[in-house]
Design a protein around this ligand. Structure first.
Ligand SMILES: *[C@@H]1O[C@H](CO)[C@@H](O)[C@H](O)[C@H]1NC(C)=O
Ligand SMILES: *[C@@H]1O[C@H](CO)[C@@H](O)[C@H](O)[C@H]1NC(C)=O
Ligand SMILES: *[C@@H]1O[C@H](CO)[C@@H](O)[C@H](O)[C@H]1NC(C)=O
Ligand SMILES: *[C@@H]1O[C@H](CO)[C@@H](O)[C@H](O)[C@H]1NC(C)=O
Ligand SMILES: *[C@@H]1O[C@H](CO)[C@@H](O)[C@H](O)[C@H]1NC(C)=O
Length: 457
């Protein structure tokens, strides 16, 4: 009966995970998206100016270097005359354009990349130039948005406003798909320090959402578990992120990774080169239930980078565990509760590294790990060492769900009977033993005295 229940749970859990991944809907960040905003801010005859911004409205998923590459398809014959705060990767064929000065880009499907930080002053606009990097809303609320401005020239004289917004937007990041543009209320810009507001003529938005299934063929991270009350160390499941030998290359201990890979430019996306393990994941998170006190318990979390080809900058993990609502302290990490569903649930939180200390998870090797500890207050009526309650329900690394081994293999307490009283048990057992010892000694001394007494008589 009990085994049946556990099996059912496992199956349900698996089904749920698969469904979640396939839908591209993230239950821990239901409204998370990247929004492209397209504002028409000036309009003269057949040219107009547009202010475009990309905002990462995701709680914990960030856009890392080499960053976003915004693309779209013009509906008519348009060209980008001038651009500030970003640039098109190709000028394209501008031969249809008559004039001494040529447009910035005449591509039918232009690809726009961000400028690197600190460009010449005349190429800047507000919120620009971050090298394509966008932080998550949680980690750095000031760096989640990028903007650029462009002047567009339309070839045939055409004042049809319906056709002004291009179609088929993309952000050039794995796993993201963008919907169709839709009109919204015109956006407003503050001038004169917020004393006056000016507004765009027209504003459209495009929403892009992420799906882990679309981004990667296999998961990219796994979780291993252990606890002080059990000798079992539950390693990551076999083939969590692919299997050894199945077309996936890996580096054996002692071998040096292929040197051809290094060095590589910042603009290149390097496929992972992972250490050979049974799970083949580039990232492993180990969750160790370290100690238990009367009112508190402590977890040690170790994040290990097994990828030789990547340093994870601004890395984060998201943990879902019912006791996170009573987290007291995160040692070595920063923490923010996600407060899902209008603050009704706060069992989920984001942990990330401290700047200049452990915010970069270095490539595989001696320094390729980050260790941290969490101190949690035991919630009465909830806390138990039974049935793997102390292990996380869900864990994400950099916004991708990690594979947690099935619950029926969790490390358990050797016998089943003590749960909540476990810590008390551990305090009282030595006390009882000690008392019994004392009684024995006392009895022995008394006995000896009595015998001595008798023999003296
Ligand atoms: C995108 O994110 C914004 C900001 O969180 C939110 O207001 C909007 O509803 C989201 N859009 C979708 C389609 O989820
Ligand atoms: C713009 O459209 C209006 C009607 O919609 C038309 O009367 C006018 O001639 C058009 N202007 C140009 C420049 O095409
Ligand atoms: C949209 O763009 C993608 C890639 O940029 C392309 O593969 C696809 O065919 C385009 N779709 C349409 C309808 O043009
Ligand atoms: C990771 O960072 C270290 C130290 O900054 C550097 O030596 C190494 O080349 C970097 N590795 C990669 C793959 O970028
Ligand atoms: C979670 O919510 C409970 C009650 O709603 C509150 O007492 C607690 O402080 C919250 N915890 C965190 C970490 O926000």
């Amino acid at each position: 009966m009990k085994i049946m229940g556990r099996l059912e749970l496992t199956v349900l859990f698996l089904l749920f995970s698969i469904w979640v991944a396939a839908e591209g809907y993230d239950p821990l960040d239901p409204s998370g998206n990247i929004t492209i905003q397209w504002d028409i801010i000036a309009w003269v005859d057949n040219t107009y100016e547009a202010m475009v911004s990309i905002s990462n409205f995701q709680q914990y998923r960030h856009v890392e270097s080499p960053g976003w590459k915004l693309g779209w398809e013009w509906r008519g014959k348009e060209a980008i005359w001038k651009m500030t705060g970003a640039e098109a990767t190709e000028q394209g064929d501008c031969s249809w354009f008559k004039g001494s000065e040529l447009p910035h880009s005449c591509e039918k499907i232009p690809v726009i990349v961000d400028l690197l930080p600190e460009p010449p002053y005349h190429m800047r606009v507000a919120n620009c130039c971050k090298g394509g990097v966008l932080s998550s809303m949680t980690q750095n609320p000031l760096q989640y948005k990028a903007s650029f401005k462009m002047k567009i020239i339309k070839a045939p004289l055409d004042n049809n406003t319906k056709h002004i917004i291009p179609k088929n937007f993309s952000v050039g990041l794995p796993g993201y798909t963008c919907g169709s543009p839709f009109p919204v209320a015109p956006s407003k810009y503050s001038v004169d320090g917020g004393r006056r507001w000016i507004q765009a003529f027209l504003t459209w938005e495009v929403t892009c959402t992420y799906s882990q299934m679309r981004a990667f063929r296999y998961p990219t991270c796994c979780v291993s578990l252990s606890a002080f009350y059990s000798e079992t160390i539950l390693e990551c499941s076999r083939c969590s992120c692919g299997c050894q030998g199945a077309g996936t290359k890996c580096v054996n201990p002692g071998d040096s990774p292929p040197t051809l890979l290094f060095p590589h430019g910042d603009e290149e996306v390097v496929p992972p080169v992972v250490a050979c393990t049974q799970h083949m994941c580039p990232i492993r998170v180990h969750w160790h239930v370290k100690s238990s006190y009367t009112g508190y318990w402590r977890v040690k979390v170790t994040v290990t980078n097994l990828n030789f080809a990547k340093n994870y900058t601004s890395w984060n993990i998201v943990v879902q565990h019912p006791n996170l609502q009573s987290i007291v302290q995160a040692v070595n990490l920063q923490y923010k509760s996600l407060n899902l569903y209008d603050n009704r649930i706060n069992d989920t939180g984001v942990f990330w590294g401290n700047p200049f200390y452990n915010d970069i998870l270095l490539q595989s090797g001696d320094d390729g790990n980050v260790q941290a500890e969490l101190l949690l207050k035991k919630d009465p009526g909830m806390f138990t060492f039974k049935d793997g309650w102390t292990f996380p329900r869900r864990l994400y690394f950099d916004g991708d769900e990690c594979v947690i081994p099935p619950p029926d293999r969790y490390p358990r307490i050797p016998t089943h009977d003590y749960s909540t009283g476990f810590s008390l048990y551990y305090i009282f057992l030595p006390l009882i033993a000690f008392t019994i010892c004392l009684l024995y000694i006392r009895a022995y001394v008394l006995n000896v005295n009595i015998i001595r007494h008798r023999s003296e008589q």
